[in-house]
Design a protein around this ligand. Structure first.
Ligand SMILES: C[S@@+](CC[C@H](N)C(=O)[O-])C[C@H]1O[C@@H](n2cnc3c(N)ncnc32)[C@H](O)[C@@H]1O
Length: 508
């Protein structure tokens, strides 16, 4: 029996309507070359060739899904989504200011609403929102593909019925319970809620599912006390007998744990003091995605997360050698993902958590939905209480960026000299009082030393992460051919505003 609600039929009919928008390549991001002088500039990237590039797309995923259908119908091997849960709440990410050197700076994280999770007409509008996207995702999923939908008690039961309808009840595989230790919640009128659910469906009965020892769950404490662990961390017991005599040789157990059941209570949520933490309130643990991706895909498969948030799925897919596509509707999430991926070499290795991953990210592209005009909208939580400016005011005047370019033979040195925000008095006092220096406004800046007029080829970048707060204000580059070049400098500030400036340079 299918679920019925007001706008359902309207949504079903509208998904046929594909020619709505197009996507624009805005940036090519390669592994960072911070503070290094390149011997040779790299060739302009091949952006329209056959070679696959992973994609980070900014915009509403319904529109993006429709665009992707043109080329990727039945091509995505695994989809994981962690959509808003219809909690009626708002989710935060934290912005950190400057180098965090003074006690004021290090303490002051401003909570910024990354996305709003409240639905104007309640359940009807939420169901329409998610139904349309799930219908489109089914079209993108390959015949052997799987989809995992991360939800909780708010809406999970409704979505289960919708998933049965779209993917077929026969393709339901598991309702995974991700049980995490309960935070200190104050409730005495009902039980403390401490799990999320993940609905796992496949497109058909012929689907990828790997019995990989790296997805196994640890032995229970009862089993662990009966076993011993050697220096390499492998479990064994002493056993066997000969002529009625007990032997004492080590008998190793085959795996270092048990094949996972559907209750996952071995994965903690992301804590603020970990390397993994991105300051994003709904960030999911990499270990959760590791189990899903290893079980339901193979190397080089295409993985997609259409609500990618801080980019957990993308980072894990990257580390496990899968191709990936991520989308998010907020620019802040896209910026967090970009920095997280650029810094992936310093993140935890998925097979040996205490070690660093130590590899650079493979080149990926940032895309956005084509729009005519870009205006910066300053969200309310960034505004001064005394300000006359109203919530969501549009700002047409760009910040002022001062750059110094020094040329010496074939070498160019670019220094960031100043950054001023035209509407500074309207910005919240809480932010302003923590700005000690103009550079504290800046979250990242990057340079394309040889702009091709089409896509920003990110060849140098300096950025702050939750743990690494310093920003380098000088960059150098050596050209190998005398000619005229276009240099593009892009600055992203802590409020999320992006400024791009173009400079001509003649190398003789
Ligand atoms: C629960 S968070 C995802 C968190 C993510 N799993 C992580 O580990 O960081 C949901 C994300 O969906 C995004 N989102 C909400 N509506 C969207 C839409 N229509 N299109 C694209 N992204 C959307 C929000 O901006 C938010 O970042």
């Amino acid at each position: 029996m299918n679920l019925k609600w007001e706008d359902k039929e309207k949504i079903k009919n509208s998904i046929e309507d594909l020619d709505i928008i197009s996507l624009q390549d805005v940036e090519l991001v390669s592994s960072p070359i911070n503070d290094k002088i390149l011997e040779k500039p790299e060739l302009p990237p091949q952006i329209s060739g056959k070679e696959w590039k992973n994609l980070l797309v900014w915009g509403d995923n319904t529109k993006i899904l429709k665009v992707l259908l043109k080329n990727l119908t039945n091509k995505i091997n695994l989809i994981y989504i962690d959509p808003p849960f219809a909690t009626g709440g708002e989710f935060n990410y934290k912005i950190q200011i400057g180098e965090g050197k003074t006690s004021k700076q290090s303490k002051h994280w401003i909570r910024k609403i990354a996305y709003s999770d409240s639905w104007s007409s309640g359940l009807n509008s939420y169901l329409s929102f998610i139904y349309e996207k799930l219908l489109l995702m089914k079209e993108l999923l390959s015949e052997t593909g799987s989809i995992y939908v991360h939800l909780d008690w708010h809406i999970g039961h409704y979505i289960k019925v919708i998933m049965d309808e779209i993917f077929g009840i026969e393709n339901f595989r598991n309702e995974i319970i991700w049980a995490y230790p309960a935070a200190s919640v104050q409730t005495k009128r009902f039980y403390v809620r401490s799990f999320d659910i993940i609905l796992f469906y496949t497109k058909s009965d012929n689907y990828t599912f790997n019995d990989d020892p790296n997805i196994y769950m640890e032995y229970s404490d009862r089993v662990k006390t009966a076993l011993k662990k050697d220096d390499k961390g492998l479990y064994y017991h002493r056993g066997g007998s000969h002529n009625g005599k007990k032997l004492s040789q080590k008998v190793y157990v085959k795996n270092n744990g048990v094949f996972p059941r559907d209750v996952w209570n071995d994965i903690p949520y992301v804590r603020a003091n970990t390397k993994e933490y991105q300051g994003f309130a709904t960030q999911k643990p990499e270990r959760l995605l590791k189990r899903i991706i290893l079980a339901s895909s193979t190397e080089n498969d295409l993985i997609a997360d259409f609500f990618c948030g801080s980019g957990t799925t993308l980072a894990v897919a990257e580390k496990l050698g899968r191709r990936w596509i991520g989308c998010d509707i907020t620019k802040q999430a896209i910026n967090i993902c970009k920095k997280r991926l650029l810094d992936i070499c310093n993140s935890n290795d998925l097979y040996n958590w205490k070690n660093k991953y130590s590899k650079n990210v493979r080149p990926f592209k940032i895309l956005e939905i084509m729009t005519q005009e870009k205006q910066f909208i300053l969200p309310i939580e960034f505004l001064s209480k005394n300000s006359e400016i109203k919530e969501n005011s549009e700002f047409s005047q760009a910040p002022n960026l001062k750059i110094n370019i020094k040329k010496q033979d074939m070498k160019v040195t670019i220094s960031l000299k100043d950054y001023t925000i035209p509407y500074v008095n309207f910005i919240s006092e809480k932010i302003r009082e923590n700005i000690l220096n103009w550079a504290d406004w800046i979250d990242s800046w990057s340079i394309d030393f040889n702009y091709n007029g089409k896509i920003f080829n990110n060849k140098w970048i300096s950025y702050r992460t939750p743990k690494k707060r310093e920003l380098s204000l000088v960059a150098s580059f050596i050209y190998d051919k005398p000619r005229e070049y276009q240099i593009l400098v892009k600055v992203i500030d802590i409020l999320g505003f992006e400024t791009i400036q173009n400079y001509g340079l003649k190398i003789i």
